[in-house]
Structures are given as structure tokens and as C-alpha cells.
Design a protein around this ligand. Structure first.
Ligand SMILES: [Zn+2]
Length: 216
């Protein structure tokens, strides 16, 4: 990766962080965003609101999780990002947030079933729920990677949601759709509960996504 590529990724991480705030996925300093590097990752710093983020403030961590000299402190959740890059060669970008409806469901410890076909943007027939683990721990990083199980997004019990993809734009789009699905599922639960699509119906959705080239 060239310096220009790294610079571009830093800019993109700032853009995605600010987009998360602008679209209501995030409030204050709770969300974090990262991108894979050949020999580590770039991640948002701890405790900096998106409006004040600059490309220079993004923290570069090496493969052992060590920050470059003079860097800000990385997000407390950096292990979760590093854990996904270690386990998921198909992911180059990860977005984590405490978006409201995803977090409501996560606190109720409810995964999102295939109640709407767009649940498929998570890559599976449900948006699963990772078990509760203390934030910032290796345990949480492992629980999230396990829960994803080949998919691109999950809820995190009593915490929030996380999405990963090949690019930052895709990871953001998935996180945004997860929040939308969470909001609609929450609403459907409030009026008696949704009718859930069956395996065959979801298999057709995946086939359609493939033929339209829109699979996240
Ligand atoms: Zn968090």
C-alpha cells in the first residue's frame, strides 16, 4: 500500500465517521471505524467526536496492535476490528455503532429474523446476536467474529451493532440497513409481531441479489 492509498483511507474513515453521525447512527464518541492495511489497520481514535476528526488523527496500529509513535490513543474497541481482520480475509473495513434501534434489540437480546427480505444485506437469513462481553476485550472480539459466522453484520448484546465489508462504503451501507431493519422489526413487534420469510423465500432473495450484482 502506498502513502497515497493510506492517506485516502484515512480521509475515507473520517468521511464514514461523519456520515454515521449525520445519519443518526451514532451520537457523541460511541462509534468507531477501521480499515485494513497490509501490515495492520487504521482505526478512529478514542474520545474524538466525528466533527473534530481529521485524517491525521486516525490511528495506525501494526499487526500486534501497537500504535505508531505519537499517535492518539486508538478506540477502546480496536481489538474487535483487529479480530475481524484476522478471521475474515473478505473484510477490509469495519463499522461499529450504537445506533438506537439495533441497540434496543440488542438490549432485549433479540436477533433479527428474516422478517423483511433486506435482512439479506447482512449476508445471512438473519442478523444474529453476539453474546454479551465487556467492551474492549478480546472476549468480545471473539464473540463477534463467532456470531458473524460468514455474515457481514450482527447485533451485540447490551451494546450495539457491527458491520464489515470489502470497502468502507459497503460497511457503512450495511450498518445503515441493519439500523433500518432493526427499527422496522421493533415496530412490527409492537403490533403483534412480523410474519417471517421461510428459507426458500430467502434463497430466492439471495439469488436475486446475485443477479442484480447488489449483494453487499
Ligand atoms: Zn461500542
Amino acid at each position: 500500500m502506498t502513502d497515497v492509498d493510506e492517506r485516502r483511507l484515512r480521509e475515507e474513515i473520517v468521511e464514514v465517521s461523519q456520515a454515521m453521525a449525520a445519519r443518526g447512527l451514532n451520537r457523541g464518541t460511541s462509534g468507531n471505524v477501521s480499515a485494513r492495511l497490509a501490515d495492520g489497520l487504521l482505526v478512529t481514535p478514542s474520545g474524538v467526536v466525528p466533527d473534530r476528526l481529521t485524517p491525521e488523527a486516525i490511528v495506525r496500529l501494526d499487526a500486534q496492535g501497537r500504535a505508531s509513535a505519537g499517535a492518539l490513543k486508538p478506540s477502546s474497541e480496536w481489538r474487535m476490528h483487529a479480530g475481524l481482520y484476522a478471521r475474515r480475509p473478505d473484510m477490509n473495513a469495519v463499522v461499529h455503532c450504537h445506533s438506537r434501534h439495533a441497540t434496543i434489540l440488542a438490549c432485549a437480546r433479540r436477533a433479527i429474523p428474516a422478517f423483511h427480505y433486506m435482512v439479506a444485506v447482512g449476508g445471512r437469513t438473519l442478523i444474529p446476536l453476539a453474546p454479551y462481553r465487556t467492551f474492549g476485550t478480546v472476549d468480545l472480539a471473539e464473540a463477534v467474529a463467532d456470531a458473524l459466522d460468514g455474515g457481514f453484520a450482527c447485533l451485540m448484546a447490551n451494546h450495539g451493532q457491527i458491520a464489515g465489508a470489502a470497502t468502507l462504503a459497503k460497511a457503512l451501507a450495511i450498518a445503515e440497513e441493519v439500523e433500518e431493519q432493526a427499527a422496522v422489526y421493533w415496530g412490527a413487534l409492537a403490533i403483534g409481531g412480523p410474519n417471517v420469510l421461510d428459507e426458500a423465500q430467502m434463497a430466492e432473495v439471495f439469488a436475486q441479489f446475485k443477479s442484480y450484482g447488489q449483494r453487499a
